[in-house]
Design a protein around this ligand. Sequence first.
Ligand code: PGA
Length: 228
Amino acid sequence: MLIAGNWKMFKGPAETAAFCAAFEAPAGVEAVLCPPYVSLSAAVAAGATVFAQNVHWAADGAYTGEISAPMLQELGVHGAIAGHSERRRYFCETDDTVARRAAAALEAGLRVIACVGELEEERERGETEAVLARQVAVLEPHPALVIAYEPVWAIGTGRTATPELAQEAHAFVKSLLDAPVLYGGSVKPENAAELLAQPDVDGALVGGASLDPDSFAAICLAAAAIRS
Ligand code: PGA
């Protein structure tokens, strides 16, 4: 099981080092930290498995504000998230840019967590499967590709998908693409066990609850207990 902590725009290098000193991943779980770019080196230096929160498709070029896969690899970073819903919503990421970012990172040798998930109004209109199919269709299967199913209405809202609803969406994604599927959206120590117990939930992408080493460790422990 893979439990990834997406720190978003939280924790500079000093806080990252402090987190790593306080956090120990339990056996039987792969814990991944996704700090902001400026804190990647601090997490790598602490011996963590580290993914960036985004990655550009070109190796270099005139792309102000972007970071490439070879640059991440030079730092010792192991992978990258692509297509997080906050990137899609606030920074105009499209299925096409997400696909290009994911493909280039995989080609360069990074691992990738590609995020998919429907908006609340899309779920209400009965479009969840159509949205997931569209978002997954642009991704090529690859042994280092992991999908994160994150219903957008559950991210940072405290509203978690029910385990049954998560299972249904995960099974649908797996029917489209052969890849492990993480669940994301208000995963906390209190709800991790029942979500992770679903047969097609292969781990979690955790935002808010990954910022505290004790709560992130509790989620990792819940994962370790299920598949051991
Ligand atoms: P959350 O974020 O756990 O704070 O809902 C999840 C995510 O955005 O990946």
